[in-house]
Design a binder for this molecule. Structure first.
Ligand code: DAH
Length: 339
């Protein structure tokens, strides 16, 4: 019997009515003289004594549920049914919930704005790229192990087509299409065949920078990046460049900023080094200029590339990358005041 009542409850719960007539049918079906509830009350006398209490409670619950449901449905129908006199049109509408910008957008916009103040334009390129723009023109030789640095999503049918693993590909597109001097940043999504964890994701965002002109030097690169770091993280930030390797820059470096949590003294955020890695950079390799028909005797340039999530992690101290992709409103809401 209990099981039976549960089934009736479930069925009644699913009922919807568009008209008062339908609702009346529903009422008669359950609460009418020959309705389901009368029948249940009638068979109540056959319930064994030790179950009477429980079954009785259950039947009453069902009756209560159906009565409330009828009242609610009736209210809904009356509202839709154009009982206009009951509405006060002068009442203010329900408040609209204001959205918030995503932290990755906030950080990307800030990077764009900082470089905008230095005269950098914005350029974009396709996310589905070819080998030439992602690797070959950036001086990755065909069998060079540097290609292994980036786990790539290839298209099965055509290994020449792939999802770009870095926004450095946009450098090449700009060199192909624009005249010198070039001073541009390229924000965008990139893709790598990585298992998703707190520290890695298969989709993330980068901002690439490129400056090519006569007499561009490493000192210009350093000063530009110092300006960026101080605008982004605060005016007391120090930077340090460590030698590194990228096929498309020579010399290449990785840049660290002084840890803002401990002021460089050492803490668990900077793993007691006082420094946090933030981007890769270097002087554009003459080969890359020549591949793109730029005279490397006359022109020099620098390039840099940073991960937007990485900058956001350092800025907001949120170290699980997955949070930036889950779109949990409880996480996103916390950035409402951030822009
Ligand atoms: N493309 C590199 C990466 O995805 C980042 C990078 C390093 C970009 C050095 C540059 C650069 O332009 O000069 O890891």
């Amino acid at each position: 019997m209990l099981h039976n009542i549960d089934k009736i409850l479930e069925e009644a719960g699913r009922f919807k009515a568009d008209t008062k007539e339908e609702l009346e049918q529903f009422r008669i079906h359950y609460l009418g003289k020959k309705g389901i509830l009368s029948e249940l009350f009638r068979s109540f006398k056959d319930v064994p004594a030790d179950q009477k209490r429980e079954v009785g409670q259950k039947i009453n619950e069902l009756k209560q549920f159906i009565s409330t449901k009828i009242e609610q449905l009736l209210a809904d129908i009356s509202e839709d049914g154009g009982d206009d006199d009951a509405r006060d049109l002068t009442l203010p509408g329900p408040p609209v919930q204001a959205g918030a910008r995503h932290p990755i957008s906030i950080v990307r916009n800030e990077i764009i704005s900082i470089f905008g103040r230095l005269g950098y334009t914005i350029s974009e390129g396709p996310e589905i790229e070819d080998d030439w723009h992602v690797f070959s023109s950036l001086n990755f030789p065909p069998e060079h192990p540097a290609r292994d640095m980036q786990d790539t999503f290839f298209i099965e049918k055509d290994p020449d087509i792939l999802l770009r693993t870095h926004t450095s590909s946009v450098q090449v597109r700009v060199m192909e299409n624009e005249s010198l001097p070039i001073r541009t940043i390229s924000p965008g999504r990139v893709f790598r065949n990585e298992a998703i964890s707190a520290r890695a994701h298969c989709i993330f965002h980068q901002v690439e920078g490129l400056y090519i002109d006569e007499n561009v030097s490493f000192a210009d690169l350093k000063q530009t990046l110092l300006y960026f770091a101080r605008e982004m993280f605060g005016k007391h930030v120090e930077i340090r460049l460590r030698p590194s390797f990228f096929p498309f820059t020579e010399p290449s470096a990785e840049m660290d900023i002084s840890c803002q949590i401990c002021g460089g003294k050492g803490c668990n955020v900077c793993k007691y080094t006082g420094w946090l890695e933030i981007l890769g950079c270097g002087m554009v390799d003459p080969n890359v200029l020549e591949f793109n028909e730029i005279d490397s005797k006359k022109y020099t340039g620098f390039a840099f590339g940073m991960g937007v999530e990485r900058v956001a992690m350092l800025k907001y101290q949120v170290k699980d990358l997955r949070l930036y992709f889950e779109n949990d409103i409880r996480f996103l809401e916390q950035f409402k005041a951030a822009y």
